[in-house]
Write a protein that binds this ligand. Structure first.
Ligand code: ADE
Length: 252
């Protein structure tokens, strides 16, 4: 792959813990995507934008209560600093009360956005005025984490793997769950028998048409069993309906 032939996507992360972000980016597919120039990630420490002697990033909440709250000044200072370059950046605040991120949003970002900035809050919360700087508030699911670093990485990862040239085989991203609308079919590798569990015969034979049909059927079976609601959004072909009838008969 020739570096530089892609329109590089840039992510920026404002965090109190840059090492968390950098550590994930220094391995595996993210590392390779950065080396190849498909993506660029710039990490900024919010603490570097404090102006007081103690470099204080959080403070106790007005009105009382437990815990500390991320102060607005360092975040606004960081954004003022970044925005001096005049580049358009889409600003995302990570918070459990945001819109829930999913595969179709990952596709939208991979297609439309060239520069996305993430603000990762920490501690018990952030000053409400920080919300005003963001274009979008995102959550990665209905649970509460200790900070926005993992959510930022989750979104960066999900978007990056959709960018051209990142996955070795471009079919891998297109054929998978949530893109086809179905859950994945089962996969096997050698050995053909392991602790009494055999790889289905159809996969050992070389009949590509039979393999294609088997995979489609198992993807449908998997989806029917685990996430039947996903099927409502899939355009089922005549063959799909036939496969579903077979599955239902087998399971009676
Ligand atoms: N910060 C803490 N929990 C989060 C979540 N689930 N999604 C996004 N940001 C968060």
């Amino acid at each position: 792959m020739t570096p530089g032939i892609f329109d590089t996507m840039t992510f920026e992360v404002l965090t109190l813990f840059p090492d968390i972000i950098n550590s994930y980016l220094s391995e595996s597919i993210m590392k390779r995507a950065i080396e190849r120039g498909a993506v660029r990630v710039d990490v900024y420490n919010i603490r570097d934008f404090t102006t007081d002697k103690h470099r204080q990033v959080d403070d106790s909440p007005y009105g009382g209560g437990a815990g500390m709250v991320l102060k607005p000044e360092p975040v606004y200072n960081a954004l003022d600093y970044l925005d001096r370059d005049g580049l358009e950046r889409f600003k995302v605040l990570l918070t459990p009360d945001g819109r829930v991120f999913n595969q179709s949003l990952a596709e939208e970002y991979a297609g439309d956005r060239r520069r996305i900035l993430f603000i990762a809050g920490r501690y018990e919360g952030f000053d409400e005025r920080i919300r005003a700087v963001s274009d979008e508030e995102l959550s990665i699911g209905d649970y509460v984490l200790t900070g926005g670093e993992l959510p930022a990485l989750v979104i960066i990862d999900a978007v990056t793997r959709l960018l051209p040239g990142v996955l070795g085989d471009s079919r891998s991203a297109e054929e998978e769950s949530f893109t086809t609308g179905l859950l994945d079919y089962p996969q096997y590798t050698r050995p053909a028998e392991f602790r009494g569990m055999r790889v289905p015969d159809v996969l050992l034979g070389g009949n590509h048409e039979l393999i294609r049909r088997w995979r489609r059927k198992e993807a449908l079976r998997h989806t029917l069993q685990r996430r039947p609601e996903l099927l409502q959004r899939v355009n089922l072909s005549e063959e799909d309906n036939e496969l579903i009838r077979e599955i239902k008969e087998e399971e009676e």
